[in-house]
Every structure is written in structure tokens, then in C-alpha cells.
Design a protein around this ligand. Structure first.
Ligand SMILES: [Zn+2]
Length: 255
């Protein structure tokens, strides 16, 4: 099964249409459309032009922006898309760093697209106020720069204990949860993952799959909680100390 067929199969769990918009060098912006309400959300628009074009091409009007954190490669398109009528929701803890923010979110808050609900989970570490959006009824997680396919975000504003807590919470989500992260980092992550866990056959198998996908120019995202539980050395870390060691090793890794 090709990646697009696999992606279609995965998104059959929800009637939301979720479209990948590649942006900048390796960002993925996610356009989410609810055909029932005709509402469209964009998650972490790093830049406006490809997002606006992607929505227009489908006849969609963007009414909301959901931001996971303040970094420019997640919010760079906010102002231009907001000027077209969208409301910006994001972490209240980063309100001063997201000047376009309209609605500040914290742990346990929820946002909606049509009748679909996304719950906010605070995942400090990559940034101090980072949040992820979990849509339990749709089996969808927008993980920003907290969880990547076979990796986790760098610890710019937090520590390994916090990130370990995030990984534990995310690992407890249902296996079939489809994870939409914000970067195409999987190949570099997979090359490190086989060093971190040389005895894990699933990781070696996945590295070969990812190498083939990238050689063919295919995306490797979204992923699933099941796949990450099997192969992600950060989600699989058994202590904050082990996560800290692996994060430091990955930061220095030149695979
Ligand atoms: Zn970031």
C-alpha cells in the first residue's frame, strides 16, 4: 500500500478531511475540513501563501487557526490568514509571543470544528507553553513539535522530566490515534532510533521503509500511536533520565 492509500485508510476513522500542506523546508501545515459544517481549520501555519492556496483550491474558507506553540515556523502565516477572517487559538502561556492570538488555551480546554472536539493537552518542553490538540472521537492528534514520527522536539524551554511526562501521556492514547506532527524529520529520527535501540527489530524495519519512502519523495507523516510505541525511542524511554540521555545523544548525532 502506498503512503497516500495508507493515509486514506487511516483517515477513514473520521469524516474530517485532513490535508497536508508542505511549507518552508520541512514543515507540514495541516488543513482540517469538516464537510458537515463546511468549517476549515489550519494547524500551525508556518506561512500563509500555500495554506490560502490549498484552501482556495478546494473551495474551503479558513475560519480558525490552531497554534501549538509560538515558533515562527508555526505562526508565521497567522496574521495574513487572520486578516481573511480566521480566529487564532493557541497556548495562553505564550500569548505575549503570539501577538495574533484571540483565544488563549490551557490544559483541559477544548476547541471545535463543527461538532468535532479537540481537547488541549499541555506538553511543556520544546517551548514552555507548548500544547497539543487531541480529537478523541476522531482518533486524531496534532502534536506540533512535541512528538515527531520516531522522535520528539528539542528541549529549548523545558527539561527532560517534562518531556518524559508528555511522552507518557501521549503513549497512553489509543493505538489507532493518527498523529499529525509538524515536520518531516522521520529519516534522521529513524537513523538515530536504530542506534538508540539496536535490538529493536521494528525500528530497523521502519528505517528501511522510511528510506524507501524518502527516496521516492513520499511523506512519512502522519504516523500512529501504535507505530510510535513500537519504534520511537523517546516515547519508549522508561525514565526521564533515559529520555535525557537519548535527547542529548540525538542532538549530537550526525547520522
Ligand atoms: Zn518549534
Amino acid at each position: 500500500m502506498g503512503i497516500d492509500a495508507e493515509h486514506r485508510r487511516l483517515v477513514m476513522a473520521t469524516d474530517l478531511e485532513i490535508v497536508r500542506i508542505p511549507a518552508l523546508s520541512d514543515n507540514y501545515v495541516w488543513l482540517v475540513h469538516d464537510p458537515v459544517s463546511d468549517e476549515t481549520v489550519v494547524v500551525d501555519p508556518s506561512e500563509a501563501a500555500p495554506v490560502i492556496a490549498g484552501a482556495a483550491q478546494r473551495g474551503w474558507t479558513i475560519s480558525q487557526i490552531w497554534n501549538t506553540h509560538w515558533h515562527g515556523d508555526h505562526t508565521g502565516g497567522n496574521a495574513e490568514i487572520k486578516a481573511l477572517g480566521a480566529t487564532v487559538s493557541g497556548p495562553v502561556a505564550e500569548a505575549d509571543r503570539i501577538p495574533t492570538l484571540d483565544i488563549g488555551l490551557r490544559e483541559g480546554d477544548s476547541v471545535r470544528i463543527g461538532s468535532h472536539v479537540a481537547s488541549v493537552i499541555e506538553t511543556p518542553g520544546h517551548t514552555a507553553g507548548h500544547i497539543v490538540f487531541h480529537m478523541p472521537d476522531d482518533s486524531v492528534l496534532f502534536s506540533g513539535d512535541t512528538l515527531f514520527s520516531m522522535g520528539c522536539g528539542r528541549l529549548f524551554e523545558g527539561n527532560a522530566t517534562q518531556m518524559y511526562g508528555n511522552m507518557q501521556r501521549i503513549a497512553a492514547l489509543p493505538d489507532d490515534t493518527v498523529v499529525y506532527c509538524a515536520h518531516e524529520y522521520t529519516l534522521a529520527n529513524a537513523r538515530y532510533a536504530v542506534v538508540a535501540e539496536p535490538e529493536n527489530r521494528a525500528t530497523g524495519d521502519r528505517l528501511r521503509t522510511v528510506e524507501a519512502q524518502r527516496a521516492a519523495g513520499e511523506p512519512t507523516v502522519p504516523t500512529t500511536i501504535a507505530a510510535e510505541r513500537a519504534t520511537n525511542p523517546f516515547l519508549r524511554a522508561t525514565s526521564a533520565e533515559q529520555l535525557a540521555e537519548r535527547r542529548a545523544a540525538k542532538d549530537a548525532f550526525r547520522g
